[in-house]
Ligand binder design. Structure first.
Ligand SMILES: C[S@@+](CC[C@H](N)C(=O)[O-])C[C@H]1O[C@@H](n2cnc3c(N)ncnc32)[C@H](O)[C@@H]1O
Length: 212
C-alpha cells in the first residue's frame, strides 16, 4: 500500500479505503478462485495494483469515458483503474466466468459503482463500443488490436480534453517486444514503466498505446 502512496498522493478518503481493502479481498478470493499467482499475493500492491496504475500515471481520462478491460482475469488493470478514475466506466470482460466472480466480489466489497462485467470471448462482442481498450497479459499485440479495434468508437476530438489521449488500445506488456510489434502491423507509442516507477519489477515493463 505504501508503494502506491509513494507515487500517488491525491487519493480521497474513499479511494484510500478502497485500495487498503484490496489486500484482504484478493487474499480471500484467491484461496477460492486462483486469479493471482500464490507467490505474488504478498506483492499485490507492487505487481498488480501499481502495475495497473502505470496507465493512470501515463494517461488521463475524461469523466464519462468508457473503457473495456479485455481478458481482465481477477480485475487487472481495470479494478485499480476504476478506483483511481471514479468518473470513468470500466467494462470487464473475460472468457472464464469464475474470474468475473472475483471481479464482481471485489468491486462490490469496495463499493465501486463504475464497473460492469461480461462473460464472453472478446472477439464475440458485437454490440458495444468504448473509448479505450485496456489489457494486461492476455495475447500478442496483433490479437489485441484485431479484437480491440472494432470495439473502439470514434469520438469528437473537440469534446475531448487536451490531456486525454485519442481513442485507442492501451496495454501493459513486458520483455522484448520488437517481434510482437512488427507482427502486429501497428506503430504503438511506448512508455517504459521504469521511467515512472523505480522498483526493479518494472525494469522490462512497458505501456503500449495504439491510437485508432
Ligand atoms: C494471464 S490472464 C491475465 C489476467 C489479467 N489481465 C491480469 O493481468 O491479471 C489472461 C486472461 O485473459 C483471458 N482471455 C484470454 N483470451 C481471451 C479472449 N479471447 N476473450 C476473453 N478473455 C480472454 C483469460 O481467460 C485470462 O483470464
Amino acid at each position: 500500500m505504501e508503494m502506491v502512496l509513494k507515487y500517488f498522493s491525491e487519493f480521497t478518503e474513499t479511494q484510500l479505503r478502497q485500495i487498503a481493502l484490496l489486500k484482504d479481498l484478493y487474499t480471500d478470493w484467491n484461496e477460492k478462485i486462483n486469479v493471482i499467482s500464490r507467490k505474488d499475493i504478498d506483492s499485490l500492491y507492487e505487481k498488480h495494483v501499481l502495475h495497473s496504475l502505470a496507465i493512470a500515471a501515463a494517461f488521463s481520462f475524461d469523466e464519462g469515458t468508457k473503457i473495456v478491460d479485455l481478458g481482465c482475469g481477477g480485475g487487472f488493470p481495470g479494478i485499480p483503474l476504476a478506483i483511481f478514475f471514479p468518473g470513468v466506466h470500466f467494462h470487464m470482460v473475460d472468457s472464464i466466468a469464475k474470474k468475473l466472480k472475483v471481479v464482481e466480489g471485489v468491486a462490490e466489497a469496495v463499493g465501486l459503482t463504475n464497473v460492469t462485467v461480461q462473460h464472453s470471448r472478446v472477439e464475440d462482442i458485437k454490440d458495444k463500443k468504448f473509448d479505450y481498450v485496456v489489457s494486461r497479459a492476455v495475447a500478442p499485440l496483433q490479437d489485441l488490436w484485431r479484437w480491440g479495434k472494432p470495439l473502439i468508437q470514434k469520438t469528437n476530438n473537440a469534446t475531448r480534453s487536451e490531456d486525454a489521449p485519442a481513442p485507442g488500445l492501451i496495454c501493459l506488456k513486458g520483455g522484448d517486444l520488437a517481434k510482437e510489434i512488427q507482427e502486429s502491423g501497428t506503430k504503438p507509442y511506448i512508455t517504459a514503466i521504469k521511467d515512472i516507477f523505480e522498483e526493479p519489477f518494472f525494469e522490462e515493463k512497458y505501456i503500449l498505446y495504439v491510437p485508432k
